[in-house]
Design a protein around this ligand. Structure first.
Ligand SMILES: [Zn+2]
Ligand SMILES: [Zn+2]
Length: 545
């Protein structure tokens, strides 16, 4: 077990080095402003990082207010590790780029007790209220120390209508953080403490009961960001990346915090994430069609933007500034409805135009250029306030959207067309049969692996099997139930046959409707024997050989 952990740790550090160190292997000294809540995690991980990279970390712990004051006062550092609102503050002031912000850990406010004392019931807000009333005394941080936990707790008591009763029970710790907790528990007979849970975990004489129940809780996300003007940008990024490695996850949990990034989405350099695994029919847990391709932890390509993509894009912690391109498969509403929502005001965060691809039109359906100008044209569009998306000049402060560099992919050519070759990615498109709606599948090659986004289709273009051949991951749309056929969509057995013939590494089925999924998978399995993933919203799949 120990041996395995060691290997794992060397592996993740090695990846961090490979990705970020590039050619420069010079040792750097990194100056870091770190929130006090991050101290325990940093103390554990820093020596490992230093040993593996040769870099040296100089961490200056301070309160959020203290760190903001230092930066505003002109004190420089390479990076900060702070609660998310503090980071947003720095981004607003132009001290760091929003695209570089990476979540690290989450903490909850909760209760801990002296080991061996009776465990109060805090399973519901009402149980918590009763436990507070039954307690002799409770210790919390002195409000004079600053911070946000004590004001939150006082507010909780007020909401529960027990402010008066609690007044005589409250004992304030004299010092901030773990030191204050340690002092109080050893020098008084108070058995119950309320604070951020990770503050309790180093105190051996206490045990954690749990976070405050229901909506009484308070969760804080801590994130890291490289500051503008940092001297050691690459080493700083490597440290933040290390804080999001599988090894760091183990330490974060051991210190009483939660991991604040999607672990499966960071486990491989190339990952495909489903933002919406549903189709046109309303579902309580599937957004309409949308996908993200992650490369080295950055959201590089967005494929389709069906209803719900707006929310899922945010939940996935994707960044508009990280996108190299966006590609539309076709213009059915379940693939495009959130396009205005996602790009409205996008020019506030992203300055460079976004390469944007979609099918050319036919007699019945507009092509991508016409579709977008009917939406955004500054004279005749439905959203004239987003005229900047079509290249109109920004007028005053009335909003806008990042300029879209639109290219129509000719759907009359029944051959793969290379549409994008940049940022280490090669993207090809192939026309696919979807009734009389112009539609495209996309194949991406990057880092020696490949993924195909098949979109809605009947699966009857024989060239599609060649287009997919040898891909590591194929996403197909399983839009109809077992035993049915449809003029627009492939039956489950057809999906399976394509994946089998093309010899894909893994098949993901998505665009799943309100039918019996097990029955559909059974039908698919009559023609496909390889690895299979049933798609779900926000699910990540590594794209590996
Ligand atoms: Zn669809
Ligand atoms: Zn469709």
């Amino acid at each position: 077990m120990i041996r395995k952990n060691k290997l794992l740790s060397m592996h993740s550090i090695f990846i961090a080095l490979l990705v970020f160190a590039g050619n420069s292997i010079q040792a750097a000294e990194l100056k870091i402003f770190g929130a006090i809540a991050m101290q325990e995690i940093t103390a554990d991980l820093a020596p490992k990082f230093e040993r593996a990279t040769g870099h040296k970390l100089v961490v200056i712990p301070d309160t959020l207010g203290g760190i903001i004051k230092r930066i505003e006062g002109g004190e420089s550092a390479d990076l900060v590790m702070l609660p998310a609102p503090g980071i947003s503050n720095l981004v607003r002031q132009g001290k760091a780029a929003d695209a570089d912000v990476r979540n690290i850990a989450r903490s909850s406010v909760g209760m801990a007790i002296r080991k061996g004392s009776n465990k109060p019931d805090i399973s519901t807000p009402e149980a918590f209220r009763k436990s507070m009333l039954a307690s002799k005394s409770v210790f919390i941080s002195d409000p004079a120390q600053g911070g946000f936990v004590t004001p939150h707790l006082l507010n909780v008591f007020a909401r529960l209508g027990i402010s008066e009763e609690m007044k005589s029970k409250l004992v304030f710790t004299k010092t901030a953080g773990t030191a204050g907790i340690q002092e109080t528990i050893s020098s008084s007979n108070v058995d119950i403490g309320l604070n951020q849970l990770q503050e309790f975990s180093p105190v051996s004489s206490m045990e954690i009961v749990g976070p405050l129940p229901g909506d009484l809780g308070l969760t804080t996300t801590f994130a890291g960001v490289v500051l503008n003007g940092a001297k050691e940008t690459q080493a700083a990024q490597a440290w933040i990346s290390f804080l999001r490695s599988p090894e760091a996850a183990t330490v974060i949990r051991a210190k009483g915090m939660e991991v604040a990034w999607s672990e499966s989405c960071n486990a491989s350099p190339v990952t495909v994430q489903i933002l919406g695994s549903g189709g046109p029919v309303v579902s309580k847990d599937r957004a309409s069609s949308s996908y993200l391709l992650w490369i080295d932890g950055r959201s590089r390509m967005l494929v389709d933007m069906g209803g719900g993509a707006f929310l899922r894009f945010g939940q996935a912690e994707a960044k508009l500034t990280d996108l190299s391109l966006a590609a539309m498969s076709h213009f059915h509403p379940d693939h495009v409805a959130d396009l205005p929502a996602l790009f409205w005001l996008s020019n506030r965060v992203r300055k460079e135009p976004l390469p944007f691809f979609g099918p050319s039109g036919n007699a019945k359906v507009p092509g991508v250029n016409e579709f977008l100008s009917r939406l955004f044209d500054v004279e005749r569009g439905a959203f004239q306030v987003m005229g900047t998306a079509m290249g109109a000049p920004q007028v005053g402060d009335e909003g806008g959207g990042v300029k879209l560099d639109v290219s129509a992919v000719d759907i009359t050519k029944n051959e793969p067309i290379t549409i994008f070759e940049r940022d280490g990615m090669k993207v090809t498109a192939l026309t696919i049969p979807h009734g009389n709606i112009p539609a495209l599948a996309y194949r991406v090659e990057t880092r020696g692996v490949s993924v195909v986004f098949s979109s809605d289709q009947t699966g009857t273009n024989p060239k599609f099997v060649d287009f997919v051949r040898g891909s590591n991951v194929l996403i197909m749309h399983m839009a109809i139930a077992a035993g049915t056929t449809n003029a627009l969509h492939a039956a489950p057995a057809v999906i399976g046959r394509i994946a089998q013939q093309a010899g894909v590494g893994r098949l993901i089925v998505s665009h799943i409707g309100p039918f019996d999924v097990n029955a559909a998978v059974l039908e698919l399995r009559t023609t496909y024997s390889g690895p299979l993933t049933i798609g779900a919203d926000l699910q990540c799949t590594p794209v590996k050989q």
